[in-house]
Each structure stands twice: as structure tokens, then as C-alpha cells.
Design a protein around this ligand. Sequence first.
Ligand SMILES: [Zn+2]
Length: 69
Amino acid sequence: MPEGYCVKCKAKKEIIDAVEETMKNGRKAIKGKCPTCGTVMFKILGGKASATAAQEPAVSEPAASSPKP
Ligand SMILES: [Zn+2]
């Protein structure tokens, strides 16, 4: 069960009936209820939409020109 902060209990609580939702900005969030008071809880998950910027290591070719004396 995910945990969230209940503003009514002013404490961290387990989120019951948790449903994962995707917000308009592409971030994911969990929506559920506080097990103690039933207040709707909302936890935003730090979802990064574009995190894969795989940079290839710069392959440095060895100097092909070998000066001959
Ligand atoms: Zn509560």
C-alpha cells in the first residue's frame, strides 16, 4: 500500500483504495482514501516522462597518421 499525507489527521497514512492516475502533465499520481478518516488523499509520484537521454561515449579514433621519419 502506498503512503500519503492526510491533511485531516496531519499524519502519514496508508492510502486505501489507491488508484493510480495520470495527470494532464503526464505525471502519475495515486488517489485514495485515508483509512482513519476517509479523507481523499492524493499523492503525486515523481514521474519523469523523458529521462532516457542515452549519450554514446565519444569514441576517439586514434590518430591514423603515423609520421614516418
Ligand atoms: Zn485521515
